[in-house]
Design a protein around this ligand. Structure first.
Ligand SMILES: [Zn+2]
Length: 414
């Protein structure tokens, strides 16, 4: 493979068998960190004919998930070091067997030098071979690649520690997960019987990191004392926010399951301490405080849109809930041009809802407005952003904007 145009930009590669500038250690790939996931099959050094490094990689599977009858995988995150100005051809060899292989079409991988700002890099999916190829020449020595901007458990801990220093925030540890992580809930606002209870649950599926950015964006706006929307929201409601419902899966670099291989968004009919303590802990807390509105935030691998998945199929669906759901959807349209109501999963058939799914189970159990809010991994097709695609930054801003929509529906919830 020849990369004539690139040779000029990579003088260290113009000859053969030169030692890299790093002093002998060549290209290295590592995922031994919180949320990392990759296995290295092989790394080829450049030779005279080939001025690029070809890295053959594979994504590690989540534990087998009984409810979905498969071992999920799609999330990846790894660091390549000693790579400055080296042409990297990174082949994710098992991409074709991932949980949502069709979602690789139109997808570009995320990269970051500082682990805060993530940008997209050229990515090609070959359906025949099932190989996803990421091509990049890093401008820095070390670069991180991931399925989406990383939201590590370490960042989660820093975020909740920062937020609990505010007067109106309580940080409650509801219990521990199977791996021994603390399951955190942020309670914002002074509880009072007449106030509505607004729940935001994010990241039941750990690979959907945008969900935690949305939760963080919403909470940070809520804590802005100069913001009239936030002040009013806190007068009328108390917010119960679970920013990361699946810290075990997040830590382990899973796409979809917890440490036991449970898909938490299929556990709400019968959560158990053995398989899904995360769901049991949150549901018990909901039973104690009540729910008037629940946003369950997710990421969709395939669709380039933000959309709601509603509760039309639950047995308790009625005119009141239909009106509330419509009101929320309309309010989101006004709150953010990134939200749309044209594309999505379609309406559920009456009585056919899968009651193992959080929004369905919560809507039914508490006779309340509950929705699944989906954000893209790729971008919004209506207003694409070519450098970053859909991003952590846009997720944070969308979470902040969504608070405006929540405020609009609060007076109608009961
Ligand atoms: Zn999800």
């Amino acid at each position: 493979m020849k990369w004539a145009a690139d040779t000029e930009a990579t003088p260290s590669n113009s000859g053969s068998q030169e030692l890299p500038a790093s002093g002998g250690m060549g290209i290295c790939v590592n995922s031994t960190y919180d949320s990392g996931n990759i296995e290295v099959i092989s790394i080829s050094d450049p030779n005279e004919r080939d001025v690029c490094h070809t890295l053959e990689l594979r994504i590690h599977e989540d534990p087998f998930c009984e409810s979905d009858r498969r071992a999920h995988f799609q999330w990846f995150s790894y660091r390549v070091s000693n790579a400055r100005h080296e042409k990297l051809i990174m082949k994710l060899m098992n991409a074709g067997q991932a949980s949502f292989p069709f979602a690789w079409h139109g997808y570009s991988a995320c990269a970051s030098y500082d682990r805060h700002y993530w940008f997209r890099v050229p990515t090609q999916y070959d359906k025949e071979s099932g190989v996803l190829t990421i091509t990049h020449i890093p401008e820095r020595d070390a670069v991180q690649y991931a399925y989406f901007a990383s939201y590590s458990y370490q960042r989660h801990q820093s975020m909740v520690a920062d937020l609990q220093s505010r007067d109106s925030v309580r940080l409650e540890m509801m219990g521990q997960t199977l791996d021994g992580h603390d399951l955190d809930i942020l309670i914002i606002g002074e509880p009072a019987p007449e106030k509505r209870k607004v729940w935001v649950v994010a990241r039941q599926h750990p690979g959907e990191t945008m969900a935690e950015f949305v939760a963080e964006g919403l909470v940070r706006r809520l804590l802005d004392r100069a913001d009239g929307v936030s002040r009013k929201a806190l007068r009328e409601a108390v917010f119960y926010v679970v920013p990361n419902m699946n810290p075990d899966g997040s830590w382990r670099g899973h796409l979809r399951t917890n440490a036991a291989g449970a898909n938490l968004n299929r556990e709400w009919a019968a959560p158990s301490a053995e398989r899904s303590p995360e769901v049991l802990l949150v549901r018990n807390k909901m039973d104690r405080v009540g729910v008037d509105l629940c946003l369950d935030v997710h990421g969709d691998e395939a669709l380039p849109h933000i959309f709601l998945a509603g509760n039309e199929g639950i047995p308790g669906w009625n005119e009141r809930l239909a009106g509330l759901q419509q009101r929320l959807s309309d309010a989101l349209l006004r709150a953010s041009p990134d939200f749309q109501d044209k594309y999505g999963y379609g309406k559920g058939s009456p009585g056919k809802a899968d009651m193992r799914i959080a929004a369905h189970a919560i809507g039914q159990r508490y006779d309340c407005l509950a929705v699944t809010l989906e954000l893209p991994f790729k971008d919004t097709a209506d207003a694409p952003e070519p450098v970053q695609g859909w991003s952590a930054e846009r997720s944070l801003r969308f979470g902040a904007a969504a608070l405006g929509a929540v405020l609009e529906v609060i007076p109608h919830l009961r």
